[in-house]
Ligand binder design. Structure first.
Ligand code: FES
Length: 163
């Protein structure tokens, strides 16, 4: 996992800040770009950005990051599993699919990522692919008409690829 410890670790963030002209009106874009690199928003990055942009503070940046669901304050797994729990998917069995995933990938209470950093799991609202319900998305790829058995096969395959 990428970490932010030494000054050179912050070079990528400096580049993003420069690209976005250190403007507080570009804060969302800045956070999106930082999250694209680290797969989450490290606390050190939030503090750094808050101290670098005029008119902002770490507390304000923290407030923005926690307000928007698109931002994650905890590291995401190599594989980001999103289980749709919109109405169509819920009615067609998304919860048994989610249960199967959670039983297969035990996580510490309150965490969404496995301790080996391989998988993170979350539910999302309608993905706009209701005819494929119940739908699961893994790293942007849509898996249609999921069943508990099918999703477990996919997870097993990904685990084997990472042994
Ligand atoms: S409800 Fe799941 S894709 Fe629409």
């Amino acid at each position: 996992m990428l970490e932010l410890k030494t000054p050179s670790d912050f070079e990528k963030i400096d580049e993003i800040l420069k690209e976005c002209e250190y403007k507080k009106t570009n804060l969302i874009t800045i956070l999106q770009k930082v999250q694209a690199i680290y797969r989450y928003l490290p606390q050190e990055a939030i503090e750094y950005i808050g101290n670098k942009i005029d008119g902002l503070s770490p507390a304000t940046v923290w407030g923005v990051a926690t307000f928007y669901a698109q931002f994650s304050l905890e590291p995401k797994g190599k594989y980001e599993i999103k289980v749709c729990d919109g109405t169509a998917c819920h009615v067609r069995g998304s919860m048994p699919v989610l249960e199967a995933i959670k039983n297969k990938l035990p996580m510490e209470k309150g965490k969404m990522t496995t301790s080996d950093g391989l998988f993170s799991v979350e539910t999302v609202s309608c993905l706009g692919a209701c005819s494929l319900a119940p739908a699961v998305v893994i790293n942007g790829k849509v898996y249609p008409k999921m069943t508990p058995d099918a999703v477990l096969i996919i997870i097993d395959t990904l685990m084997k690829e990472n042994e």
